[in-house]
Design a protein around this ligand. Structure first.
Ligand SMILES: Cc1ncc(COP(=O)(O)O)c(C=O)c1O
Length: 367
């Protein structure tokens, strides 16, 4: 049996007539850059996420960057981010001219550890960015309370947490802005690049709408130095189709997570993910921790099963951040997990037989 890490082709085939019609419609109307298909998607996505406004942009990185530009992050400002996240989180802080300050992740839930945030706050700290990693909400209420106490901005990176909720409220709505990615492999993926920022703040919304379009709200009148971060019409139309299926796909991911948990129970070498109380986790990734990871990966691959590592090097250890001067050992949880974590095939396309096969092979490896 072959179990791909991701199967975008079968997802496409499951909704092909609708997708093909949506693409043809954009071609017929030639609304390619932002425009009506993007606007319709923005309205639908804001609603799905429980926010008032949504700004569609052309990647998750652009979403983070535009959010940081909108709050006027300045050279030398510090922004607190988790040590284990995709590189784009601190990268966007750097793009905005500020300095990422890393905080270790929790041992149990893999998100930024709220108990370690206050020690990282200095007179230069301007914002805290929580990442809802692997689709699991961070402790958003606690982190927001810390931000409020210290008069800091609170922004969420929701690139992996579409439709996730924490204590009944959507991820992306605890912060003043929630930044999403629609990279093809995400829970809601474009057929190319895409991203969005949601917010309830009308002034920020208007500013970001201008920032994504060269700082211009009215054609050829430029109020800010912005960017070309417009979401394409084709991506808006495709995302609009896929958004209708997202709730059902998310339920399937959750069912698949449960199947993995049942199938892997009792293998003492495998540490399963723990869902934090109050979370509706959307399992962008199903991440276990295991000894002898590389050998297991190879064994699985030899048996047709493809896995991933998210992420093999914590951000503070990346070469690009050498200049920040973090020493090895700065963030023990993230560093330890980087050599133990393994992402198993997870999507709404993986079926029960495939999950059982993956679990059987892992059991066989540790026998
Ligand atoms: C946590 C996180 N932040 C930001 C990004 C950046 O998104 P994009 O790849 O769409 O620029 C990603 C996506 O890879 C991500 O996983």
């Amino acid at each position: 049996m072959k179990v791909n890490f991701l199967d975008l082709k079968s997802q496409y085939l499951s909704i092909k007539p609708e997708i093909d019609a949506a693409i043809q419609n954009v071609l017929d109307k030639t609304a390619f850059a932002a425009g009506p298909f993007v606007k319709e998607f923005e309205e639908n996505f804001a609603k799905a996420q429980g926010a008032k406004f949504c700004v569609g942009v052309n990647s998750g990185t652009a979403a983070l960057h535009i959010a940081f530009m909108a709050v006027d992050l300045k050279h030398g400002d510090e922004v607190i981010v988790p040590a284990n996240t995709f590189f784009a989180t601190p990268e966007a802080v750097s793009l905005a001219g500020a300095i990422p300050v890393f905080v270790d992740n929790e041992a149990l839930y893999y998100n930024m550890d709220p108990s370690k945030i206050e020690a990282a706050i200095t007179a230069k700290t301007k914002a805290i960015v929580a990442v809802n990693l692997y689709g699991q909400p961070a402790q958003l209420d606690t982190i927001k309370a810390i931000a409020d106490k210290h008069n800091l901005l609170f922004i969420e990176d929701c690139a992996q947490s579409h439709l996730a909720t924490y204590k009944g409220k959507s991820t992306g709505t605890y912060g003043i802005m929630g930044c999403f990615s629609f990279y093809p492999g995400k829970n809601l993926g474009a057929y190319g690049e895409g991203g969005a920022v949601i917010t309830d703040d009308e002034a920020l919304y208007k500013k970001m709408m201008a920032l994504r379009d060269h700082g211009s709200a009215k054609k050829y009148f430029h109020d800010y130095i912005g960017h070309n971060y417009r979401l394409e019409g084709l991506q808006g139309a495709i995302l609009n189709v896929k958004l209708k299926y997202l709730a059902a796909w998310t339920e399937t991911r959750r069912k698949n997570a449960l199947l993995y948990k049942l199938g892997l129970t009792g293998i003492k070498e495998v540490t399963l993910p723990t869902e934090i109380d109050g979370a509706y986790s959307v399992y962008h990734l199903f991440v276990v921790r295991v000894p002898r990871r590389e050998a297991l990966m190879q064994f699985l691959q030899d048996n047709g099963i493809y896995t991933g590592i998210h992420y093999p090097i914590p951000c503070h250890m990346q070469k690009a951040y050498d200049f920040l001067g973090y020493a090895k050992g700065s963030f023990p949880v993230s560093e330890k997990y980087a050599v133990e974590i393994l992402s198993l095939p997870m999507s709404e396309q993986v079926n029960e037989a495939e999950i059982q096969y993956v679990c059987e092979k892992i059991r066989e490896f540790y026998k």
